[in-house]
Design a protein around this ligand. Structure first.
Ligand code: HGY
Ligand code: MN
Ligand code: MN
Length: 409
């Protein structure tokens, strides 16, 4: 088992800063929504770095980019992956850290003249965030055969454009076919995006799996009317329904308990004017739970409430599922290997589940899959203030480097 290799922290840090400057927004964050001009610029930069490392680069039909360092033997290799698209108010580390640390692993093996038995690929997958085009993990789920390519290309985003058109607009509809063969093993380094590691004073997370995710869009339709003249008993107020629904989602998490979380992140009222009763409310409900049974119960109770609310308020209700992922477990051998490498490198480590979705969950059913977490300052993420200490970045990348070198032989 290797633990003699170390990353070049300045080089990795410089890449994180350079990529973080692409699509940079006020407050030190990044906005590179999937398949936008900013995403293209980020992709071009990372592909350039891949080329400079002598990797052979493949772009597939939904814009996933896989760059491979040959090994002695043919056949499936080790893949290090993550994403470089961000939410609109993103940080510099979510996804980006895992891809750039993967490039650092390649560069260190090149510098050491280490030839591995298996090939080593570094990949970034399209539209992991799902913030512009739901569902999330779109590229990796197509890559690993869980989502149909054509269906995903026809998906319409929050701004009315299709994935296919947006993909063409940035010139990343590649020739490599989807789905693609699975690697021999898949590794992903990622920030925790939650408060656990920091609260426990632990440097490395050996991730046990990803909780279940359910995204639903609800549309309540009533009737616009005058805010002053319309008696309360005659109103068909979609704005009221949005408010009640939002309050209910919070209460539902208390009813279900356990690890249940619920979020209303997006509410659009029409016509959205101070003196007009809203005729329409379009909103999203994000429910997550480590237990599939509890998540199904939460989804059912949420929709039952929405139907009762619509009936009581004389509104129409339509709803559609934007994303649905069952909980996944990672490979016990890899969970253990992350912990063993962390300890051998002198880092504290603990096992924990992931609250956020990751590309790794597309690989978990198909090949041994493992994730390494590093702490998020204040547990903050999907926020420009997202931060991870440089020493923790070094630790996570060193674990990734030695684990990947080990697995690649
Ligand atoms: O939503 C998620 O958990 C991920 O950031 N796409
Ligand atoms: Mn991410
Ligand atoms: Mn994210």
């Amino acid at each position: 088992m290797r633990h003699d290799l170390r990353i070049n922290l300045e080089r990795l840090s410089a890449k994180l800063d350079a990529l973080g400057d692409i699509g940079a927004i006020e407050g030190g964050g990044v906005s590179r929504l999937a398949f936008t001009e900013a995403d293209r610029a980020g992709r071009d930069q990372v592909v350039e770095w891949m080329r400079m490392l002598g990797l052979s680069i493949e772009i597939d039909a939904i814009g996933n980019v896989v760059a491979t360092r040959a090994g002695r033997s043919a056949g499936p290799g080790i893949m290090i992956g993550s994403h470089i698209d961000t939410v609109r108010t993103g940080g510099r580390y979510d996804g980006n850290l895992g891809v750039l640390a993967g490039l650092e692993v390649v560069e260190r093996l090149n510098e050491e003249g280490i030839e591995t038995d298996r090939s080593l690929a570094v990949a970034f997958f399209s539209n992991e965030e799902g913030a512009r085009f739901a569902p999330d993990m779109m590229g990796s789920m197509v890559h690993q055969g869980h989502f149909g390519l054509e269906e995903m290309l026809q998906t319409v985003g929050i701004d009315g454009e299709t994935v296919g058109a947006a993909l063409d607009s940035i010139g990343y509809r590649g020739a490599a076919p989807c789905p693609a063969p699975s690697p021999a093993a898949y590794l992903e380094l990622h920030i925790e995006q939650g408060p656990v590691l920091e609260n426990e004073g632990i440097t490395i997370g050996a991730v046990t799996g990803v909780q279940g995710i359910s995204w639903t869009e609800l549309t309540f339709t009533g009737q616009s009317n005058h805010a002053g003249t319309t008696p309360m008993r005659l109103r068909r107020d979609a704005g009221f329904a949005a408010g009640r629904m939002t309050a209910y989602v919070r209460q539902l998490t208390e009813t279900i308990g356990g690890t249940q979380v619920g979020t209303v992140g997006s509410v659009n009222l029409e016509p959205n004017l101070v003196n007009v009763i809203a005729r329409k409310a379009t909103m999203t409900v994000d429910l997550r739970n480590t237990s599939e049974d509890d998540l199904q119960r939460a989804e059912g109770e949420m929709l039952d409430f929405a139907h009762r609310l619509a009936k009581d308020e004389h509104l129409e209700l339509t709803h559609r599922r934007l994303a649905r992922f069952k909980p996944v477990e990672f490979d016990p051998g890899l969970i253990d290997a992350v912990a063993v490498h962390a300890r051998a490198l002198g880092y504290s480590v603990t096992a924990l589940p992931s609250g956020a979705g990751h590309d790794a969950q597309a690989f978990a059913p198909n090949c041994p899959t493992g994730m390494i977490f590093v702490p998020s300052a204040g547990g903050i993420s999907h926020n420009v203030a997202e931060h991870t200490e440089i020493a923790d970045i070094e630790a996570g990348a060193n674990v990734l480097l030695n684990l990947a070198a080990d697995l690649a032989g």
